[in-house]
Write a protein that binds this ligand. Sequence first.
Ligand code: CFM
Length: 554
Amino acid sequence: MAKAAGEKIENAIGLEGHDPEEIKSNLLAQYPPKVARKRAKQIVVNKVDPDGGVPVIGSNVRTVPGLMSQRGCCYAGCKGVVLGPTRDIVNITHGPVGCGFYSWLTRRNQTDPGTTADGHNFMTYCFTTDMQDQEIIFGGEKKLKQAIQEAYDNFHPKAIAVFSTCPVGLIGDDVHSVCREMKAKLGINIFGFSCEGYKGVSQSAGHHIANNGIFTHVVGTDDTVKEGDFKINMLGEYNIGGDAFEIERLLDLCGFTLISTYSGNSSIDFFANSHTADLNLIMCHRSINYVAEMMEKKYGIPWLKINFIGGAATAKSLRKMAAYFEDETLKARVESVIADELPEVEKAAAEIRPRTQDKRAMLFVGGSRAHHYQELFAELGMKTLSAGYEFAHRDDYEGRRVLPDIKVDADSRNIEELEIEADPEKFNPRKSGSQIKSLGHKGVGFSDYKGMMPQMDDGALVIDDISQHETDKMIAWFKPDIFCAGIKEKYTIQKHGIPLKQLHSYDYGGPYAGFRGAVNFYKEIDRMVNSRIWGYLKAPWQQNPELAAKYGTD
Ligand code: CFM
């Protein structure tokens, strides 16, 4: 869990005595003036005020065309990230075959169909309408209807979702009316998303659209109250490399009842019923805070930001959850789980730390991991020199305190904000105002996320939507011991002789969440930063430059 504002992640230092402002101007030096002005707002030298305030960072803005970005698209955020991990919805990509194929199982979100009675798991299939010239010219609605019918006939799923790719918006197919028609015809839940790839500035737009869609079409449709105490939902945990399995193991041991995860190891049935939980926990704030906010307004369920990445963070999160329920038996059980498991984790870190102490990391990932994983590196005595998100918003960097100051621009205005009101029958505030207040005094901070920057050291460079050019420069100047990013960056960085750990897919590893996950991560990082192979590596161009190029500005 985030430390108090202004409290530093141990060992996070600035830029090793370099003047960060100078580094920043060197990063910008190659750009044309207009581009440099824009990027200057997104490259910030961190400085934490005593009250936790940090400088404003430009984020959630369009990438300058021509800069190589790490970002994905709106469709990826909606279909791939939020809905993709739900095993028993047939997710149909309405569009050309590539959009469906390249978003098929590349994220390593795992699932266990054994936990739902019908055992449905459609994640191993790739469903697409495979649009051709014919549909682009004459419209694709007919083919979409056929695809829905065919999926229904073959699989008899309880739900089908349709995801729009760029051409669908361009030719004007009305996926929503097709879904309504097929829902009436087939009698199962069928709903569509207008998540065309070009919407918004990144996959972040797709998260919001997905949140709106699940909330409108699924949440609250099953009022069955399940057996069990201390009912919770886990929001923004996607079971990459089995993370959710490890978290579920801990929740079980502690005695919490998990109603739904959004959306790792999930079933649509869990979402339908999730308004019966008494607490929402947000793991990844960026991708799913909208559902938490809407559930609070409509059903009266409060939310807490937690973090299961890092041994200490895991223990802190479990304690905070127990404090919320104000139950002594639960608190004792949580303490005994921590007492059983945390010492092993600390022992593993202590054994490895002499080999990792003072090694230096850079993290440029998504919208939450560039923050969370700094905890694990700190536990190994490592330093974060520089970090940034691909597509997060100011609140993920600076904390939710800046929400009222965030300017709405044309791109964000395009994404619908649902008007939510308290449900006349189902609204039931789980805690009274005075309870919320008194828990707040005990450190249970409701509806709050302090963001990444208040936890980083003064002088560290925070870079939003880092470009390949900036990445190359940072690597050449600092030669970090490890760089964390994704598959698109991996091999260019490794050709520099720097190991890259994928924090999206985990490079076939994981889980890294919870107590056991932390130990896995320590071992992996020990292996990577201490492998001598990187020092021997010579990229072909270092020995024999084969290709020379100039920038347009040269
Ligand atoms: Fe949330 Fe994610 Fe992330 Fe994300 Fe992602 Fe991901 Fe990510 Mo890749 S939901 S913001 S859109 S934690 S797929 S599981 S790793 S960029 S940091």
